[in-house]
Design a protein around this ligand. Structure first.
Ligand SMILES: Nc1nc2c(c(=O)[nH]1)N[C@H]1C(S)=C(S)[C@@H](COP(=O)(O)O)O[C@H]1N2
Ligand SMILES: [Mo]
Length: 392
């Protein structure tokens, strides 16, 4: 209990004067004032916007210029409350049932560790990141830019596990992962379970991961074991993985059948609409934000290609009239990671709309406006991701 109070106090102290004033007077509690829930108490409150206990995003000004997003700043999205912390007490004992292979069986994390090893750096991004920018006000968490991070996973390639168990059973078309949350008894399991299917074409890139940024995956981020599908949106990266099945059909869970689908605004979602799977090319500026001094400025940000490698990124400081190529900074961590970019430029006094526009290896360019879709997924429009900066 004491810990909770301390966190709340620290968070309030770190907040803006206005937010602190309001909270102290006890009149209003804005999103800024929400304390971090216990399961993420290791996170940095001043780096985060707490939308709810299960939806927490990284502030745009907290990304900095580091290529890797540390776990204590990484966003959080849980569709269901996380399982009890006891599941990470003995990580190697956690069991995952491997099905849809010639010789199905349960394997512990300890056994998986002896079967293969690989590491991948990738952008983990919620399908709804940027939802707040859509004009049709889709319902759901009003994520801005921060339901995304660039992280490093280590685990066993799924291909190694499947091959060790005799290969895929015949006719399998999907990889289906099931989350290990406890579903409240009064709810219908199929309505609530986090069970996602992705096409079997990605079999060679999927990892069953036990490490995040060099540490055992925390409970908050899906420990002891998580299914990692590089280049695919957050929801496809199933936490607390308890079952991994190669399947002939997509999961019949609600989260697969009628959620996370791309459909025209106002229609009712169903399996006939495309699933939110591979991520499109995207970038956003991280500095300067709000205000800057006239003269030499470094415009910085991140750019990624989603399912494809990112090729290049341009920056405009006049709302998209003129563009200049930015430089990629630091190492290339591979096709699924984001790249840090910078443009050295001079800014004159006045108001500037600073925007960035990335291109992937296939020549796909971020659009000015995104494709509107009912639930507000995959927003990669460059205009809405711009920042208005007052230069003096
Ligand atoms: N088991 C399980 N896996 C899950 C979820 C969940 O609620 N339960 N949420 C998904 C969604 S919608 C996203 S965006 C990411 C969030 O990952 P993070 O909380 O580690 O950032 O996890 C995905 N995997
Ligand atoms: Mo998500």
């Amino acid at each position: 209990m004491t810990e909770k109070i301390d966190l709340r106090r620290r968070y309030l102290l770190a907040g803006t004067a206005a937010a602190t004033g309001l909270a102290v007077s006890g009149v209003t509690v804005s999103a800024q004032d929400k304390p971090l829930p216990d399961y993420v108490s290791f996170k940095k409150p001043d780096a985060l916007i707490v939308h709810s206990n299960n939806t927490i995003e990284t502030r745009r000004d907290a990304f900095g210029t580091s290529l890797i997003t540390p776990e204590d700043k990484l966003y959080i999205r849980n569709n269901v409350s996380p399982p009890d912390a006891s599941i990470v007490a003995d990580r190697d004992a956690w069991e995952v049932s491997i099905e849809g292979v010639a010789e199905p069986r349960a394997l512990t994390v300890g056994q998986l560790k002896s079967m293969g090893l690989d590491t991948v750096a990738m952008v983990l991004q919620c399908s709804g990141n940027g939802r707040a920018f859509f004009d049709h006000n889709p319902s759901g968490t009003q994520w801005k830019v921060g339901a995304a991070g660039n992280v490093i996973w280590t685990g066993v390639p799924l291909r190694k596990v499947v091959d060790a168990l005799g290969g895929p059973a015949e006719g399998m078309k999907f990889i289906t992962g099931t989350g290990g949350e406890t579903i409240p008894a009064d709810l219908k399991e199929r309505d609530v379970v986090v069970e996602r299917s992705v096409p079997i074409d990605v079999l060679d890139t999927v990892l069953l991961a036990w490490d995040l940024n060099g540490e055992p995956v925390s409970l908050a981020h899906g420990g002891p074991l998580r299914m990692i599908v590089p280049g695919y949106t957050g929801v496809n990266n199933v936490k607390y993985l308890k079952r991994l099945a190669l399947t002939a059909q997509e999961s019949d869970a609600r989260i697969q059948q009628s959620r996370y689908r791309l459909l025209p605004v106002g229609e009712k979602a169903g399996p006939q609409h495309p699933s939110v799977w591979a991520m499109p090319v995207k970038s956003f500026v991280t500095a300067p934000l709000d205000v800057a001094r006239a003269g030499a400025v470094q415009v910085t940000g991140f750019a990624f290609g989603g399912i494809n490698p990112v090729q290049s990124v341009e920056v405009s400081t006049d709302g998209g009239k003129n563009w200049q190529k930015a430089e990629f900074i630091g190492p290339d961590l591979g096709r699924y990671a984001w790249r840090s970019f910078a443009l050295s430029t001079d800014l004159q006094p006045g108001t500037h709309l600073i925007v960035s526009r990335a291109t992937d290896s296939e020549g796909n360019v971020q659009p000015e406006e995104p494709e509107p879709n009912n639930s507000g997924y995959n927003h990669n429009g460059w205009r809405d991701h711009g920042v208005e900066v007052a230069v003096s």
